[in-house]
Write a protein that binds this ligand. Structure first.
Ligand code: ADP
Ligand code: MG
Length: 311
């Protein structure tokens, strides 16, 4: 199956260069674009753009499927434990592959702690709630700590150095870089056993770079593209995508009502599972499922410990 845009029929060196210069660096990026958009941006004639987009979509299997096929796909979904039985139960057994899970809440509610725990837990064997696989950690706020990984690994009796070796960390310096990293992941994930991609946080760069109402349209457009890249990634490689989203105590235009429209409508409707986190007493936190098509609404309590997320 084609791996590179130059493998697509009709994409010679010239066309490839035009596509790459305009930011269509992967088959995925082409598949989610419209032929009109590509023709306009790159100067490639519309009929050629139509052929290229069709080929890209075919490659990525964007086509009709029967409900039975969907059921069979769902049976193949894998789950990663959070470390807390009650939080796993709330999530229908854990964090699912082929889907995006968003944790949103105010500062200090445990979003980053959950990400650290998952980056370790995905490495556990399947009978212990893991997928025997590696994690990618896209850190936009500089809050990743290898020390926490070490502690959580020790708590699970895993070799901390081995666990740290299986986490690919990268600091995204701005929203453009953040999106470019996800583009590059298509290549990386086809070669390595990664089953979890974390973006902590999804929205901080976008919020900082596109403040206020006047930038709302541009911000949502970019965020939308980014989210769809991530969702396709989860589907193509059967991986779990986990994103975090900080909401303010006093919601601004960007966040709106924190329970219904975090990041505007686009973030609210994109992820498969949205979990709101709230502080409780001490190290206790409350997790609430906000809208997941296949999960009942509900909430539960978990604790943040030195060894990760527990009941
Ligand atoms: P955010 O939602 O802003 O990402 P964090 O995930 O960083 O929040 O959670 C911060 C909380 O995690 C702190 O309030 C602290 O109580 C807890 N925490 C951080 N490190 C440890 C640790 N080593 N042991 C226990 N709790 C910790
Ligand atoms: Mg954080």
């Amino acid at each position: 199956r084609p791996k590179d845009i130059t493998d697509l029929p009709g994409v010679g060196p010239n066309t490839a260069q035009k596509l790459i210069e305009s930011g269509y660096t992967s088959i995925e990026a082409i598949a989610v674009a419209t032929p009109q958009e590509i023709a306009q941006v790159t100067g490639i004639p519309l009929p050629s753009a139509q052929k290229i987009v069709s080929a890209a979509r075919e490659t990525l299997d964007i086509k009709f499927r029967t409900a039975l096929e969907l059921k069979k796909e769902r049976l193949n979904i894998h789950k990663i434990t959070t470390g807390s039985k009650s939080l796993d139960d709330l999530l229908g057994g854990g964090i699912e592959t082929r889907d995006m899970t968003e944790f949103f809440g105010e500062y200090g509610t445990g979003k980053t702690q959950i990400c650290h725990a998952l980056a370790v837990n995905v490495q556990l064997p399947e009978d212990k709630g893991g997928l025997n696989a590696k994690a990618v950690y896209i850190d936009t706020e500089g809050t990743f700590r290898w020390e926490r990984i070490e502690q959580i690994a020790r708590g699970l009796n895993l070799d901390p150095d081995k666990v740290m070796e299986n986490i690919y960390w990268i600091r995204a310096v701005n929203s453009h870089h953040q999106m470019a990293i996800v583009d590059q992941l298509y290549d990386m994930l086809s070669k390595d056993n990664v089953k979890l991609v974390i973006v902590d946080s999804l929205t901080s760069h976008f919020r900082a770079e596109f403040p206020g109402r006047e930038n709302l349209a541009m911000r949502q457009q970019l965020l939308n593209k980014h989210l769809h890249q991530l969702i396709r990634l989860s589907e193509i490689y059967d991986i779990a995508v986990v994103v975090t989203n900080q909401v303010m105590a006093r919601p601004d235009v960007f966040y709106g009502d924190p329970t219904s429209a975090v990041g505007g409508n686009i973030v609210a409707h994109a992820p498969g599972v949205r979990v709101q986190l709230k502080r409780s007493r001490g190290n206790k936190r409350i997790a609430r499922i906000v809208d997941a098509p296949h999960l009942p609404e509900g909430e539960t309590v978990f604790v943040i410990t030195e060894y990760g997320i527990k009941d």
